[in-house]
Design a protein around this ligand. Structure first.
Ligand code: GLV
Length: 314
């Protein structure tokens, strides 16, 4: 039986789930902070690794390592890991994130458009306000930066709400009826945009992509929603844009430092909504359908599929 090591803060949940999905594997798990208690001889024989962040020193203890399965969608922490040799395949899992993140984006957008807070305030004083008309999103422009499996589902949901959706990605194309333009076109599209959704992977090219220059042409009716990675946004530039009316609101689910420190300015900013990195739940039940095929191929000694392109970074 091939061995798969599960080094994960939720290894207690993952080990039985992975074993049920593929019983022909020898699977053992440890919390990353308890690695010194791991069975060194067993680890040295393990060829597969299931993890979220790769703890320092682990790869050196796994000389037979031949496959790393990430327990989520973003692999920035793995592709940039100095200890992980380039030839070891990495795979990701984002099974149902598109749908979850589409709900997140639509929920926060509709919260504004349906004027839910204003209705609540009016209700609190028993005031009937017929002037509280919901905003018409029909024909308004939404930009979805990052047009992979997740971005496409978000785009479809926004289209159903009546919006005109444009994708932004490294490669221009038409996909699913959506125009997809190079990400470098984004700043020029901002003046007409109502919504900018960030769901791009974090790479050397996308780090701090949303900076002061990017936001120059923003306006007070523009909402930014980030479900990708905190490091896509230069937070100083974001603050300047919010304070100077180049952005109306920022809804952030991801941050360069998580958990977001309690004294961070983002918590208290009136134009910022902070959520706890919950837009795409990485639970076993949600991710197993994505991982099962490769688990079985690994167990049978067959080649792993859908491997991350290390040079591209995702
Ligand atoms: C979560 O952020 C993930 O990348 O899966």
């Amino acid at each position: 039986m091939r061995k798969l090591a599960v080094i994960h803060h939720r290894h207690m949940d993952w080990v039985p789930t992975l074993a049920a999905a593929e019983p022909r594997l020898d699977i053992r798990g440890w919390h990353p902070r308890d690695l010194d208690q791991a069975d060194a001889a067993w680890l040295a024989e393990a060829e597969g690794l299931f993890c979220w962040k790769l703890p320092a020193g682990l790869v050196g203890r796994m000389p037979k390592l031949a496959w790393v399965q990430n327990s989520g969608a973003g692999v920035d922490h793995l592709v940039s890991h100095p200890e992980l040799p380039a030839q070891i395949p990495i795979t990701r899992a984002d099974g149902s994130f598109g749908l979850w993140m589409a709900r997140y984006v639509c929920g926060h957008l509709l919260h504004e458009a349906q004027r839910i807070e204003a209705c609540g305030e009016a209700q609190s004083t028993a005031t009937w306000k017929p002037g509280l008309i919901p905003e018409d999103l029909t024909g308004q422009s939404a930009l979805v930066l990052g047009f992979g499996r997740i971005g496409r589902v978000i785009a479809r949901a926004l289209r159903e709400l009546g919006m005109e959706v444009t994708g932004l990605a490294t490669r221009a194309r038409t996909e699913d009826g959506f125009p997809v333009l190079p990400s470098s076109d984004a700043p020029a599209l901002l003046p007409k945009a109502r919504l900018l959704v960030l769901c791009a992977p974090l790479t050397t090219g996308s780090r701090n992509m949303v900076d002061g220059a990017f936001l120059t042409q923003g306006h007070p009716h523009l909402t930014l929603i980030n479900v990708g990675r905190g490091e896509l946004v230069d937070l100083d530039a974001l603050k300047a844009a919010l304070d100077k009316g180049r952005l109306g609101r920022a809804v952030l689910d991801v941050f360069p430092e998580e958990p977001l420190p309690p004294d961070h300015w983002l918590w208290a900013h009136p134009k910022v909504t902070v959520t706890p990195h919950h837009s795409g739940p990485s639970t076993p039940a949600h991710l197993i359908p994505d991982i099962r095929g490769n688990l079985t191929r690994f167990a049978k000694g067959q080649p792993i599929l859908d491997i991350v392109d290390r040079a591209r970074g995702y």
